[in-house]
Ligand binder design. Structure first.
Ligand code: MBD
Ligand code: FE
Length: 287
């Protein structure tokens, strides 16, 4: 088993998977929201997915050895706690496209497995919680939240979470302070916010778990480009979940999670002091 060195302890796929699974279970029962789905819709969806599987088996003459390997792998994904990772990397981007195709404002991107609600409130202007010696290039970001008609939205919430300069998320890898690089901002009466943080590193899907095993068996790569995660919300508006990316990242064009859109790539300016400034606004659709 290969693992990734990290200060103090070692980050394993199984530990971060277990945290992501626990986090997913923590907030709500996802079944509650679909309890009135008619059986006809349930049957249609399940039948179509199964028909796709059956067609693949016939078309490629899938063997019993391959079937048993699939069965073992599916069991292992659960044991590693990697269902949140698997689904968010290979399925969520299509759900997100469908959910936001009607929007006139920002369309956004997937949430992924590492969001935690109720991150510390930093007002309209300030720094994300970080270690005194936090590695990574400083990033100063100015932005505004508006409605589709251009009205600035005062009191909008901007939740930000992202990986550190080693590509790890607090609460999902060991040895990182609880709320490191996680914060909630509230726009001022002009709808503006100003965030100080660091530029995150690209993210590598753990290679020692079931998702990593599938990636290497298929000859793929495990990388997501460096990204900032966001949730932006304001009364009377649809909540926006988004990610922002950095130009020139080797994986903007082949993100393992297929979650990059051209309008989500930032245009950071070198501040001449080893850091960057960037401007990026959000437009929310009224409900
Ligand atoms: C991530 O950091 C992420 O954003 C997604 C979508 C999947 C895995 C890790
Ligand atoms: Fe991420």
């Amino acid at each position: 088993m290969t693992t990734t060195e990290h200060p103090n302890e070692v980050a394993t796929a199984a530990a971060s998977g277990a945290s992501a699974t626990e986090r997913f279970h923590a907030d709500k029962s996802p079944f509650e929201a679909v309890k009135d789905t008619p059986p006809e819709r349930v049957a249609t969806l399940i039948n179509e997915v199964l028909a796709g599987v059956h067609d693949t088996i016939r078309k490629h003459k899938v063997t019993y050895d391959e079937y048993n390997a699939l069965k073992a792998w599916l069991i292992n994904v659960g044991e590693d706690g990697e269902w949140p990772l698997f689904l968010d990397v290979w399925v969520e981007h299509v759900v997100e496209d469908v959910a936001t195709e009607h929007r006139e404002g920002n369309k956004g991107s997937i949430e992924g497995p590492y969001y935690v609600p109720n991150a510390p409130d930093q007002g309209s202007k300030g720094a994300v919680p970080m270690r005194e010696d936090e590695k990574g290039d400083p990033l100063l970001w100015n932005g505004q939240v508006r409605s589709c008609d251009g009205t600035p939205l005062a009191g909008a919430k901007v939740e930000l979470w992202h990986a550190d300069d080693d590509g790890y998320y607090s609460q999902f890898a060991p040895g990182i302070p609880e709320w490191n690089l996680r914060a909630t901002f509230t726009t001022d009466d002009q709808g503006n916010f100003e965030i100080t943080t660091i530029r995150p590193a690209p993210y590598m899907i753990p290679t020692d778990g079931s998702c990593g095993k599938m990636i290497s068996a298929a000859g793929w790569h495990p990388w997501r480009p460096a990204h900032l995660h966001l949730k932006v919300s304001a009364p009377g508006h649809e909540q926006l979940t988004a990610q922002l990316y950095f130009p020139g990242d080797a994986h903007n064009d082949d993100d393992v999670a297929s979650a990059v859109k051209p309008e989500l790539i930032l245009d950071p300016q070198d501040n001449g002091k080893g850091g960057y400034t960037v401007a990026y606004d959000f437009v929310l659709d009224p409900v």
